[in-house]
Design a binder for this molecule. Structure first.
Ligand SMILES: NC(=O)c1ccc[n+]([C@@H]2O[C@H](COP(=O)([O-])OP(=O)(O)OC[C@H]3O[C@@H](n4cnc5c(N)ncnc54)[C@H](O)[C@@H]3O)[C@@H](O)[C@H]2O)c1
Length: 371
């Protein structure tokens, strides 16, 4: 199959769909890979790196959209990209269609076969192509919080790990899923005093047995949460209620109970945020202060570490890309129901029930297309 990847054009997107290593794998499987010039510049991968991996460098994205049977990307196609998609072509990328009627209409019109990273499932009904970005954001949240705690950045001037003779900072992680677990790991590693709150007894049990006392777990009731937040130097918001906006667990009133210069990092900001006073920020200006409390609410945290994020993403997207290229999309989806869950649009039909329901399209089950 002829597979292509293009330079991402969404604002401040530095990741790329295929690393040179992924290109090498596809080429080893007998495929031809076209790469737009400069596609890897955001992760430090040059055209020469892609050529050395067996890729063919093309001067424009247009050639890739016109000639490649599958296009592998990171972000949803932008309007100018969508105009170049066509019937008989496979698009493999993050799409997030449900809140995006414009993009959905364009994909339907184009006739493209669109497989969305975010709906591909794993054995335990997890979402393995979303997981690495949560891992990145969770780990980064502690770095971001530690920086915001520095005096010059408006923080209370506290070092997370303390030093001999001085107590470490108190870190409270709300939500012990993928983001929360990775945040807690980093905070524990730095020597902070860590408490993780969650509502799921299974999650609390897993965390408790993993950390063996190096982080405490606590059921996330209102009173417990308020008491922990009041004592915290750094609070990480990492809750997720699937399919819903994040619950506002830290209210504006609670900020008054906190220590001046304490820091809130709201990783759940992409779902509306779990602090009442959160509003989305950017890497260019990541923090702001409300009632003396520093807020960090960057919605696309993994973008700041584009190289790590790209490699983490390719680790989980490449095996399916190889399957699709080796077998063709239909046989690959038929052989692998987890990959089949990724099909969102095919030749003008919506094959993902929630997207069809939310946006008022007829739903065509993927199985009915696979024969
Ligand atoms: N800002 C970013 O760049 C970025 C990057 C990746 C993920 N995220 C977001 O981070 C959030 C967390 O993602 P995840 O992958 O860790 O999800 P996850 O499903 O693995 O974990 C969420 C956890 O929240 C817990 N929870 C739900 N309600 C709670 C409550 N009231 N109190 C305490 N815990 C509660 C759940 O039991 C679960 O363990 C999501 O909103 C995700 O979209 C943001």
């Amino acid at each position: 199959m002829r597979v292509g990847t293009v330079k991402e054009i969404k604002n401040h997107e530095y990741r790329v769909g295929l690393t040179p290593e992924s290109v090498r794998e596809l080429v080893a499987h007998g495929h031809e890979v076209w790469v737009e010039t400069g596609a890897g510049s955001g992760i430090g991968a040059s055209d020469e790196d892609y050529r050395a991996a067996g890729g063919t460098i093309k001067p424009t994205a247009a050639e890739i959209f016109a000639e490649c049977e599958m296009v592998v990307k990171v972000k949803e196609p932008q309007a100018v990209e969508r105009a170049q998609l066509r019937k008989g072509q496979i698009l493999y990328t993050y799409l997030h269609l449900a809140p995006d009627p414009e993009q959905t209409a364009d994909l339907v019109r184009s006739g493209v076969t669109a497989i969305a990273y975010e709906t591909v499932t794993g054995v335990d009904n997890s979402l393995p192509l979303l997981k690495p970005m949560s891992q990145v954001a969770g780990r980064m949240s502690i770095q971001a919080g530690a920086t915001a705690l520095e005096k010059a950045n408006g923080g209370r001037g506290v070092l997370l790990g303390g030093v001999p003779g001085v107590l470490p900072a108190k870190v409270v992680v709300i939500g012990g899923g993928v983001v929360g677990f990775n945040a807690a790991q980093m905070a524990v590693g730095l020597g902070a005093d860590v408490t993780i709150l969650d509502r799921d007894p299974g999650v609390l049990e897993r965390l408790d047995s993993h950390f063996e006392g190096r982080a405490r777990t606590l059921y996330s009731g209102r009173a417990a949460l308020a008491a922990e937040v009041a004592e915290a130097d750094l609070v990480i918001g990492a809750v997720l209620v699937p399919g819903a906006a994040a619950p506002k667990l830290v209210t504006r009133d609670m900020l008054k109970t906190m220590k001046p210069g304490a820091v809130l990092v709201d990783v759940a900001i992409d779902q509306g945020g779990c602090f009442e006073t959160s509003k989305a920020t950017t890497h260019a200006e990541p923090t702001y202060v409300v009632d003396g409390i520093v807020h960090y609410c960057v919605a696309n945290m993994p973008g700041a570490v584009a190289r790590t994020s790209t490699y983490a993403l390719n680790n989980v997207t490449l095996p399916h890309a190889l399957r699709i290229a080796d077998m063709g999309w239909k046989a690959a989806l038929k052989a692998n129901p987890h990959l089949a869950a990724g099909l969102n649009v095919h030749e003008g039909q919506i094959t993902y029930e929630a997207v069809a329901g939310d946006l008022g399209y007829d739903y065509v089950p993927t199985e009915s297309l696979l024969g």
